[in-house]
Design a binder for this molecule. Structure first.
Ligand code: CMX
Ligand code: CO
Length: 146
């Protein structure tokens, strides 16, 4: 069951400058940064609030590390902006299978590693009224903050 908005993914050209905008404008601080080679991004997670399912909601700021990555291609076409939304679930495998059964293309056969050791998969935007949609199950245990 999808129980929260886990994050909104925002594509940007310059991660450090975008982080600074969110800090200076709203007071949001970076909880975590990492490079995800497989996804082709350098990213920062800004925690916005905790949620009633024991999880949290974030902004995920994304800078491409390769032009031919999903975020690199999207930026070249659209410029900066909202790239995807992500719903949180305790069971990404089960929810992805159920959604695939409804005829929506799930991009990965098995969930892959996402931010903070979460497990993620994506639904094709063309099957979701133009919205690239991610499903995410957080890593168990307390979050590593660094
Ligand atoms: N939102 C909405 N539509 C999108 C989109 C997005 N983020 N990205 C691509 N599209 C649309 C394009 O506009 C294009 O539409 P038209 O044919 O009408 O022009 C169509 O989808 C195909 O786009 P493309 O540029 O040819 O890109 P690809 O087909 O090569 O890739 C996709 C699209 C969704 C398969 C790819 O972006 C993908 O695999 N995404 C999942 C992985 C990802 O986004 N990783 C980065 C985030 C990592 C994280 O969140 O941790
Ligand atoms: Co994401």
């Amino acid at each position: 069951m999808l129980t929260r908005i886990d994050h909104i993914g925002i594509a940007c050209f310059d991660l450090d400058r975008t982080v600074e905008f969110y800090r200076a404008t709203y007071g949001f601080e970076v909880l975590h940064t990492e490079v995800n080679e497989e996804q082709g991004v350098r990213e920062a997670m800004l925690k916005i609030n905790e949620t009633s399912d024991g999880g949290a909601s974030y902004l995920q700021l994304l800078e491409p590390i390769r032009e031919d990555s999903p975020v690199g291609k999207w930026l070249a076409k659209n410029g900066e902006g909202v790239h995807h939304i992500a719903f949180g679930t305790a069971d990404v495998d089960g929810d992805a299978a159920a959604i695939r059964g409804k005829g929506v293309r799930v991009l990965y056969d098995e969930p892959r590693r996402g931010s903070m050791d979460s497990r993620i998969t994506f639904l094709h935007p063309k099957d979701c009224h133009g919205v690239l949609t991610e499903l995410v199950t957080s890593a168990p245990g307390p979050r590593a903050e660094h």
